[in-house]
Every structure is written in C-alpha cells, then in structure tokens.
Ligand binder design. Structure first.
Ligand code: ZN
Ligand code: ZN
Ligand code: ZN
Length: 155
C-alpha cells in the first residue's frame, strides 16, 4: 500500500470514530497501526503479540474488544477458517479491494484472489439475484471462501 493511501486511511479512521461517537483512543490507534503494517488475516492473538511488543500495557481483552468494535464499525471484517479462531482484515473499500479467499485448513494459509473467473462472476450475480427475490432481501455484499488443502500441503 503506498504511503499516501495509508495516511489518507488514518485520517478517515479518526473521522469515523468521531462520527460514530467513539473516542479514537491510544489502544485503538495502536491496533489499527498494527493491522496496517501487517500482512492480512491476523487472529486476535496475532494482533495482541504484535501490539504487545511495542505497547506492553495493552492487554488481550482490550485487543478483543477493539477488534469487535472495529468490526461493528465495518473498518475491518472478521472471517473464520472453521477452526473457531477468527481472523481479521480491512474491509473492502470499493471494488478494487474486493477479493475471495482460498483457505488451507492444514497450514492456515490464506490465498486472496481477485482475478475472478467469468463463471464465478456469473454464478454470484445469478445467486444474488435469485436470493434477493426469494427472501425479499437486498444484498449489498458477500464474502466467499473456499476451504481445502493447498499445493504445498498436498505434496
Ligand atoms: Zn466477490
Ligand atoms: Zn497448506
Ligand atoms: Zn483476504
């Protein structure tokens, strides 16, 4: 991510906190910084270890609570591998960020991809249309992840 973009993001966070009536506290800021600097898909424990290195006074409970808050605020989103441990990454900010996941249940590697196959896009479009009609439900977004075993683990 280029520096300018990152600075822009920081400014937006401050604004989002104040417009949602939350304070942009030091731990919240520190946790967002960690998420920005890291590779994606961190668990709460991963975030805690990274934050703790620089700021030993920020505890695991604060990390959990902050991640929940950031999820509610839709700054980050939470997803599961099916191992009961949530992972977090920044929420999509527009079409260019949108991606799907291939998750290896052996090594927990997550492959992000956005070079969707045409069949995949067609399928999603049809499924969303059909579901909206069937349930009178307005679909705004989706998260797609496939669980399996990656090439490295299959060797
Ligand atoms: Zn998609
Ligand atoms: Zn693997
Ligand atoms: Zn991802």
């Amino acid at each position: 991510m280029p520096g300018g973009n990152r600075r822009q993001k920081r400014k937006n966070w401050r604004r989002r906190f104040s417009s949602s009536g939350y304070r942009y506290t030091f731990p919240r800021k520190a946790i967002l910084e960690v998420l920005t600097r890291s590779v994606k898909h961190l668990s709460a424990e991963d975030v805690y270890h990274k934050v703790h290195r620089d700021f030993p006074r920020i505890g695991l409970t604060t990390v959990y609570r902050t991640l929940e808050l950031l999820t509610d605020m839709k700054i980050i989103h939470k997803f599961d591998f099916g191992d009961g441990r949530s992972r977090y990454e920044f929420a999509d900010e527009g079409e260019s960020d949108h991606h799907h996941h291939l998750i290896c249940t052996e090594c927990k590697r997550v492959i992000d991809y956005s070079d969707f196959m045409e069949e995949e896009l067609m399928f999603i479009k049809h499924a969303e249309k059909g579901l909206s009609k069937k349930f009178h439900f307005k679909i705004n977004d989706h998260m797609i992840q496939f669980l399996g075993v990656c090439d490295r683990c299959r060797k």
